[in-house]
Write a protein that binds this ligand. Structure first.
Ligand code: SAM
Length: 263
């Protein structure tokens, strides 16, 4: 890596320099040459280089055009590098051009963008088999939050609906250049063969869960005032809850029951 490169804090540019960690990340996906890999934020391409040893079907989305010279050799080696903000890309359109068995998404993510990226993967319904993300250690807990905890929110429910989340290993801040002021954790999100719960109306499930968490301090009665509250109350009553309950106390299974009762 060229130490004269102008690292941009606003893009969370802390590049991985630890060979052992790079290998561990790549090996946590069982990628073969028939698989397609999306890498978000290749940086100087350390991870991309290792991915290209497994498959030539690698698409990278990188926001910083100053990295073009550094990434040129990887393009020559087969990577399709798209410059722009990942959040604004029509990813389904890009992957339609490829024939592949499994789709993996790999990223060493800047912490400020972790949640919007996972939201996008879910909202765009990307046909992904497994995601491997390096994220800020403290943020990792939010993705596997249990009902009733402070971290539990609509995103943890949506992740749980589609994916099984596993914490793989921690990575010290000293494995990066420049050294960031937080440690990281690598997690995997593996697509479930069946969604966690089988809801009658998926659109309603997503809408109701979002609405239920809309104002964190408000009760279900307030957040779900546009739904049939008699039905909502009847379901909650079965679980010794009431309209005064808050969304963070409601499990994915009870949300499923609410949706089915309202459908
Ligand atoms: N993958 C490289 C590595 O592990 O060394 C770089 C990781 S660095 C933490 C994050 C990378 O994501 C940077 O290259 C940054 O420019 C890029 N990035 C930040 N925001 C982005 C966005 N919205 N879309 C695409 N890339 C982004």
């Amino acid at each position: 890596m060229d130490k004269n490169f102008n690292f941009k804090k606003k893009y969370g540019q802390n590049f991985l320099k630890d060979e052992n960690i790079l290998n561990k990340i790549v090996n946590s996906c069982e990628v073969n040459d028939k698989d397609l890999v999306i890498e978000i934020g290749p940086g100087a391409g350390a991870l991309t280089e290792k991915l290209l040893e497994k498959t030539k079907k690698v698409i990278c989305f990188e926001i910083d055009t100053d990295l073009k010279d550094l990434l040129k050799p990887l393009e020559i080696n087969g990577a399709n590098i798209i410059y722009g903000d990942f959040l604004e890309q029509d990813v389904n359109k890009v992957i339609k051009e490829y024939k592949y068995n499994n789709l993996f998404i790999i990223a060493n993510l800047p912490y400020y963008i972790t949640t919007p990226i996972i939201n996008k993967i879910i909202d765009d319904k990307l046909p992904v088999n497994k995601c491997v993300f390096m994220i800020q250690k403290e943020v990792a807990d939010r993705f596997k939050a249990s009902v009733g905890t402070k971290q539990y929110n609509s995103l943890s429910i949506f992740i749980d609906y589609y994916f099984e989340v596993n914490k793989l290993f921690d990575v010290s801040r000293n494995s990066f250049f420049p050294v960031p002021n937080v440690d990281s954790t690598v997690i995997s999100l593996e697509k479930r063969s069946h969604n966690k719960v089988n809801v009658k109306n998926e659109d309603l499930f997503f809408k109701l869960v979002r609405d239920a968490f809309k104002f964190k301090r408000k009760t279900i009665k307030n957040n779900l005032k546009n739904y049939n509250l008699n039905i909502v109350e009847a379901v909650l009553k079965k679980y010794n809850m009431s309209l005064q309950t808050r969304a963070e106390a409601i499990s994915i299974e009870i949300f499923k029951e609410l949706v089915d009762a309202l459908s």
